[in-house]
Design a protein around this ligand. Sequence first.
Ligand code: 6GP
Length: 812
Amino acid sequence: MSESFAVTGIRSDDLSLPEPTPEHFRWSLLNHLQYTVGKSPEHASKFDWRMALSHAIRDRAVNPWFNSTRRTWAEDRKRVYYLSMEFLIGRLLEDMTINLGLRDVVAEVLDGFGLSFADIAEGEPDAALGNGGLGRLAACYLESMATVGCPGYGYGLRYEHGLFKQSFDHGRQVETPENWLAEGTPWDFTRTESAYHVGFGGELVEEDGVQRWRPGSQVLAAAHDTPVVGYGGRWANTLRLWSAMPNADLFDLGRFNAGEFAAASEPEALARSLSRVLYPNDTTEGGKQLRLSQEYFLTSASVQDILRRYLAAHDDLSRLPEYVAIQMNDTHPAIAGPELIRLLVDEHGFGFDAAVDVATRVLGYTNHTLLPEALERWTVGLMRQVLPRHLQIIERLDTQFVELQGSRPDPVRLISGDQVNMGDLAFATSHRVNGVSALHSELVRKELFPVHDELHPDRIVNITNGVTPRRWLKLANPELARLITDTVGEGWETDLERLRGLEAHADDPSFLDAFGRAKHRAKEAFAGWVMGEHGLGVPTDALFDVQVKRLHEYKRQLLNILWTIARYQRIKRDPGAGWVPRVKIFGGKAAPSYHTAKDIIRLINDVSQIVNNDPDTRDLLRVVFPPNYGVSMAEKLIPAADLSEQISTAGMEASGTGNMKFALNGALTIGTLDGANVEIREHVGADNFFLFGMTTEEVAARRAEPGHARAAIERSQALRDVLQAIAEGTFSPDEPHRYGGLVDMLWNSDWFLVASDFDSYDAAQTEVDRAYGDSGRWQRMAVLNIARMGYFSSDRSVREYMREIWDIEPAL
Ligand code: 6GP
């Protein structure tokens, strides 16, 4: 901790930057190039220019940031703290430039130097500090909180290595470490003075009749702050990421001097491992002890920081819920309940029940999945070893929770057998629990927490997810964004319902024509990128049919590739049947240990080899799977999509957010009644959505039928032909039985009901062909989709959180 050395008499306002005129910005850029980066314009590389530009932009974020912080203190406002193990923020340069309203100025200045903004921005690595939906949602919500003026912080970990880099070796996924910090990041301010000790292990000792925790080891959490600027630059919040720093005494100088270099550094390395890598598992848990320690590291540092900030302006901790709301992004930070209770009881003299009451009123919990393997459970043994005091608190909460259930014969437990159930713990220590789409929240109520719900009927609420229209339309799709502004005027960026104004133009041929041109240019841009980057050829006059998301059986990329094979066989049988040319585009990563998902990736790649090289079909069907899907690829691909594949087994996708991004960019959805698809369809209209598949109830009933998969395959000639071709090695001639396991699974178990939904999916795809064949009709449908997507702005979601969970007023 560094000593404060405040100098009075100089006001930060006096240091404000002048208006961002091109002249000033030009000066600022050159100044940073020379004095921050240390390069002259004659010798600067593209990287140097990017760093200088990023610093010049970051400068502009500081005043809104200070102003927002100052106002929050001055007005003694409540703050929201969003605790998340993942923030999948992607690149920041263009995003900040747009939100600060500087895009035109920057382009003009760079132009003057013969540089292109797009070219420079393209060099920025993605901050891939997340796996998928949950992490990207956290990033959208932070941006929306800043845009609507909700004072708050995102708290996360500053992983040295974000989500692994994916490449393909003969079609197989290969993972290599991602290194976003290798060249340094221009965005964050390191605050070594905001460092906290986080303890692990050790023992409980009794002192003056009270239990005290004596941790066995301690790690320092150091803060790194990135300003998060809302659209228009009217408000800015902070993303505070913790990195682990070993205590200086962990380095054993004696051993080092004795020549034992590695051993001397080992405890240090172990401490640093807390923020070294992001767990590459989406929805499944892994790597027990380190993962639990990481979760506690994030939570403890954040809760300590929150209390410090509160106590700087208040002294009565019982009023904490009036000033603090903490949102737990899934159960990963669910140790926040016990941690807050521990601090209140052990350090601030609270009684246990009073502490529980305060914690519960402060905390909220968002559930993001029903998959049983994703519901975190830690063994009591591990918990005792890593967090003995917290275990004690959870035991007491468990006892109280059982008492609350009265004489119920088989009470729900926070600790059952030797397992601590983090979902139940999170529920029991929160005043609100929310699902992320209407359907999902209903299932959270009925399937996941029926007993909790009975005891606390007003605790579960639904907040349907949303996405930020700044990144996912204005930034990603400038051409469409311009057309929208020309048509409905400015302001849709922060009031997405204004897109409704497009409806009046849905039958206007010149507008549809302009829309068609914007779509086509996005397709050409994507095709150019995929050729330049991956050497994959993509015909731009074909229908772009896209499925990008994590690889998971429930998301059913397998259904998509099986249908693709059926299409291939049909074209081969009848090449002249007037096929609509399609490009099937896949993207997504599989968890490294998820073997079935990796088999599916390989199958898609194998199929692409055969299909793309077959002269009979290559003009009508192409399969492309660019490796290493992430936020930046999504920004290029989503604007180019015609068809959005949202084909999960009903009841399994909590919400989806990609589905929203595609529809907002004028792709039509082929989808099941799952997650937010249900609400998207309600909004855009059933006529403008390709629905197929069983409902959640039908899925449950079908699963109970013995032999359902076999029966479905026997009913479908097309599917039989596909499975036979795979089984014969048509797509893996060098190893004909490569997919024996997959085929066998489809015949005999098929938990995800790929076979049962195949024919229905096939029929919906036929509808897609028919609609696409009439380009006027297709474009009209696409425009109606865009026009009716206003509801799915993350600004709306965040306002609902503010009203229904956080109880906070916007500062704007
Ligand atoms: C995901 C859900 O799978 C997805 O449906 C949802 O849109 C997204 O969260 C945001 O709510 N879940 C995860 O990414 C996850 O790791 C534990 O859940």
